[in-house]
Design a protein around this ligand. Structure first.
Ligand SMILES: Cc1cc2nc3c(=O)[nH]c(=O)nc-3n(C[C@H](O)[C@H](O)[C@H](O)COP(=O)(O)O)c2cc1C
Length: 368
């Protein structure tokens, strides 16, 4: 559906794009912006973990997705789903009065402490369930809850409460840095399977796993995990340390992604998308519409956006959708299925393209 006065979709896109973004214009002038959006972006529909989405662009877990007001705004500006701000395993255990110190190895605790201090503004469990219920009442897009965890245990029971609060899916953001010099890869991997299996027993909702790239045998582990969950999110971004050489102190590396951060998830989604049995979400470095398309071509079902929401404002979601719709139109695609995974490892002529790790070829062919 187009507003009166526009003879075709192209004209509508170009005219509105010249005046600002489609979303900006529609949101400023109309109450039900998505009804109009669907006229322009109807072809961008997709599914993720069985959830119907208007576009493949999801607002990833971040501070903005922890507030009802922002969640409503994110929907209005084009988010096809929201992943709520993570509730932390530690918070659940603290509130339950049973923080089992033994569950935390010391090296992890320091890292987790920094992350928690940095990101968490003391969500109480009740508040979290309340947020889920209110979000479900206020928006029509899927709402995905997120738990930041590192081990299985008592907190897992909380998955049942999240399920009952009406959430559409549950994401497990497993924050685990394999920094213990004595821990074997096999033991680390087992943790992931234990967490997933315990949580799956308590919820009938789709479950996704947000993972780091720190795996010895990434392809095998992710393939096996994909048999257990509905979605894998590549990758989680850690709170990274940097060094101030003048103060001789550890400082925080920047919080925001840069466009270059997409290359690692892009590589792994390209390699894995025809091999795993669940849906893949690309997270890290999706800062513009071109990055959305790259993720889909590599084989992702959806992309998550977080840094761009802060750096460019939440209207960026609409601009990304608009860019995707225009690119599909220019390339004569009527549905995302027509090009998703077109450039995954199986489909590209040079299958080494995703696995090449050395710069030898670059130097031998680079003339400057
Ligand atoms: C301010 C901020 C807060 C975040 N909080 C969470 C969180 O609570 N849980 C989580 O799983 N990821 C969290 N993330 C990570 C994002 O969801 C995302 O995976 C990561 O930032 C990479 O995406 P981006 O490149 O679009 O930022 C946070 C990111 C930012 C920037």
């Amino acid at each position: 559906m187009k507003p009166d006065g526009f003879s075709n979709d192209d004209e509508f896109i170009l005219t509105v794009a010249g005046a600002g973004t489609i979303i900006d214009v529609l949101c400023n002038s109309l109450d039900d912006s998505w009804i109009l959006m669907e006229g322009v972006m109807g072809n961008c529909r997709t599914t993720y973990m069985g959830l119907d989405l208007k576009t493949p662009i999801i607002a990833g877990s971040c501070g903005l997705t922890g507030s009802l007001k922002e969640i409503v705004a994110l929907e209005k500006h084009g988010a096809s789903a929201v992943v709520l701000k993570s509730l932390f395993e530690e918070e659940i255990l603290t509130e339950a009065g049973s923080l089992a110190k033994s569950a935390y190895d010391t090296s992890y605790a320091a890292e987790a402490g920094a992350y928690i201090d940095y990101y968490v503004k003391q969500n109480q469990i009740g508040d979290y369930l309340d947020l889920i219920k209110k979000a479900k009442d206020s928006v029509s897009i899927p709402v995905i809850a997120s738990i930041n965890c590192l081990n299985t245990g008592e907190w897992v029971k909380f998955a049942e409460k999240i399920d009952k609060a009406g959430v559409d899916a549950l994401e497990l953001n497993i924050f685990f840095l394999p920094s213990d010099t004595k821990m074997k890869a096999e033991d680390i991997e087992k943790r992931y399977f234990r967490i997933v299996r315990d949580v799956k027993q308590l919820t009938s909702k789709p479950v996704s796993l947000k993972l780091s790239p720190y795996f010895t045998s990434l392809a095998r582990t992710f393939k096996e995990l994909s048999d257990e969950v509905n979605g894998l999110v590549l990758f989680n971004r850690f709170f990274n340390p940097d060094i101030d050489i003048n103060k001789k102190q550890i400082i925080s590396a920047g919080v925001w992604s840069s466009p270059a951060d997409i290359v690692m998830p892009l590589r792994w989604i390209g390699i894995l998308s025809d091999k795993v049995s669940c849906d893949l979400a690309l997270s890290s470095g999706v800062l513009d519409g071109a990055a959305v398309i790259k993720g889909l071509l590599a084989g992702a079902r959806v992309v998550y956006v977080a840094s761009a929401l802060y750096q460019s404002g939440i209207t960026m979601l609409g601009r990304m959708g608009e860019f995707l719709a225009k690119w599909m139109d220019d390339n004569n695609y009527e549905a995302i299925d027509e090009f998703r995974g077109l450039l995954n490892q199986k489909n590209v002529p040079d299958q080494d393209a995703y696995e090449r790790g050395q710069f030898m070829k670059f130097y031998s062919s680079h003339k400057e």
